[in-house]
Design a protein around this ligand. Structure first.
Ligand code: UTP
Length: 292
């Protein structure tokens, strides 16, 4: 467990265009993964890493998310009257997880811009950024390792995953140098969504960051970059060449629920391992797979 208590910031103000029309009136972070919205898994991951203060950056359709983390007296009353205590417990769980705060990002001007909206809440302290549609399997360890690495070095830490070079254009790609630890690399440069031939490596930046507060000053003067958006990657590129950035290499299970195919895979992978669903789902899935 990390020594220092840090805050987490969950940006959830993107447009979710890859998932339209489902995301027309609902943020992609609220899409259900089995029976919980994606963002609840992310909040639970933060809580498991000993974080109890969470700031969610909201965009349009903001009420969907804030309502989910609020209590719903009439629903709770109804379940209590029916004696459905199991569901009551699950409904209450999301509103009792942590101290959750919200701030608006008026316009979706990019992930870097969304992170900058956290400045007032975070202040002059190291903090975690966790993307609300990027799930790390709770059985695999990532965030606490990143926090430990930050505590050990005082540096910004990003999460990296090796991806197929044909897919690197969908991510921020990192130029890296090895360290004494095979799971930690020094990040010497970052490029947002490069073409395969321009990518410095197949190490992709995934949605977990432990950022030092100097990132705010860099973001304040970061010009819009790729796609006309203020890119967190561009600010991290500057930090990589000045104060220094480390990468923790993640080799576990990750689900990008903002991508339709990954979303479907995430539901199947998580449901087959669930006690209440797996027993029935596994044989059905085998029969189904044999037929296609
Ligand atoms: P993505 O690029 O995955 O989100 O941003 P998007 O723009 O909603 O996705 P598509 O491509 O249109 O489907 C990564 C994360 O940053 C947040 C998103 O909500 C997501 O968690 N984000 C992005 C913001 O909070 N604000 C922004 O302006 C952009």
């Amino acid at each position: 467990m990390p020594q220092k208590r840090i805050k987490a910031v969950i940006p959830a103000a993107g447009l979710g265009t890859r998932f339209l029309p489902a995301t027309k009136a609902m943020p992609k972070e609220m899409l259900p993964v089995v029976d919980k919205p994606a963002i609840q898994y992310v909040v639970e991951e933060a809580v498991s890493a000993n974080i109890d203060d969470i700031l969610i950056i909201l965009g349009r359709n903001k009420n969907n998310i804030s309502n989910h983390f609020d209590s719903v007296p009439e629903l709770e009353h109804n379940l209590t009257n029916k004696g459905d205590l199991d569901r009551l417990r699950r409904v209450q769980a999301s509103s009792e997880l942590a101290d959750i705060h919200f701030v608006r990002q008026g316009e979706p001007k990019g992930l870097g811009h969304a992170v900058l909206r956290a400045k007032g809440h975070v202040g002059d302290a190291t903090f975690a950024v966790m993307l609300g549609d990027d799930l790390i399997d709770e059985r695999d360890e990532l965030l606490t390792t990143m926090i430990d690495e930050n505590e050990r070095t005082g540096l910004t830490v990003v999460a990296l995953m090796e991806v197929d070079p044909d897919n690197i254009h969908m991510y921020g790609a990192a130029a890296v140098e090895p360290t004494d630890n095979p799971d930690v690399v020094k990040v010497t440069g970052l490029v947002e969504k490069p073409k395969k031939e321009d990518a410095p490596s197949n190490y992709a930046v995934i949605g977990r960051y432990v950022l030092t507060p100097d990132v705010f000053e860099v973001l304040e003067r970061t010009e819009p970059g790729r796609g006309g958006e203020i890119q967190l990657t561009d600010a991290l590129q500057e930090l990589a060449t000045t104060s220094g950035v480390l990468g923790v290499v993640f080799r576990g299970r990750r689900y990008d629920t903002g991508d339709r195919l990954d979303y479907i895979k995430a539901i199947v992978q998580l449901a087959v391992d669930r006690e209440d669903l797996g027993t029935d789902l596994r044989p059905w899935l085998k029969d189904f797979a044999a037929e296609i």
